[in-house]
Design a protein around this ligand. Structure first.
Ligand SMILES: N[C@@H](CCC(=O)N[C@@H](CS)C(=O)NCC(=O)O)C(=O)O
Length: 208
């Protein structure tokens, strides 16, 4: 069976869990304790030499990593990836935006707050992470002020990729009330049939 190497508190992992839930793809989850170096063991590095979750091992043993590549793989030929050339490119546009202009700020600020002890040197990064994250949220706000979804008229993996860390941005010190269209979009995504929430602990029986 398809195996997802994951961590319950990771938004990057949650993207894949949310997509697999929407598509009803059967899988098993192996939850790695990242703070204890769970993604740096020789066993896991054999699947992903970059030492990061999410990583999937397909039924035939092939591996795939990078959350947005995994989303693209499973969304192929489904309602979650448009099939016209320009709309697909727009989905890619937002996936790359998420990785370069959003996740390094919104997710990293959250990581610092949730996983590093008070007084850790990385708390000094927070002002620049907040500034960059607010810039990314501002881009989304402007875009979503007149749209229901990130691309076209339909829910797609662009929404899933950006929802994952946006809806928990407050964990990193962001104030989403300054972005009302983003807040409304988050509520629409969470209300969709088939939605699953982010986890609040490792799923039972999923430890490596
Ligand atoms: N660009 C990657 C980022 C993956 C990533 O940063 N994963 C983190 C958890 S969110 C991780 O595995 N960290 C463990 C480590 O670096 O040891 C993606 O989108 O999949």
């Amino acid at each position: 069976m398809l195996t997802l190497y994951d961590n319950w508190d990771s938004g990057n992992g949650y993207k894949v869990r949310l997509l697999l839930a929407h598509l009803g793809v059967d899988h098993r989850v192996v939850d790695l304790d990242l703070d204890a170096g769970g993604a740096r063991t020789s066993e896991f590095l054999a699947f992903n030499p970059n030492g990061k979750i999410p990583t999937v091992v397909l039924d035939d043993g092939r591996t795939l990593w990078e959350s947005n590549a995994i989303l693209s793989y499973f969304a192929e030929d489904t309602r979650l990836l448009p099939n016209t050339r320009f709309a697909r490119a727009k989905v890619l546009q937002w996936l790359f935006f998420e990785q370069y202009s959003h996740e390094p700020y919104v997710a990293v600020a959250r990581y610092i707050h949730r996983h590093l002890p008070a007084g850790h040197a990385r708390y000094a990064e927070l002002p620049s992470r907040i500034e960059g994250g607010n810039r990314a949220l501002g881009v989304m706000e402007q875009h979503l002020a007149s749209r229901e979804f990130m691309v076209g008229q339909a829910f797609s993996i662009a929404d899933i990729a950006l929802y994952a860390y946006t809806h928990v941005a407050a964990d990193g010190g962001f104030d989403l009330s300054a972005f009302p269209a983003v807040q409304d979009w988050c509520a629409r995504i969470a209300a969709r049939p088939g939605h699953v929430p982010m986890l609040d602990g490792p799923p039972p029986g999923s430890a490596a």
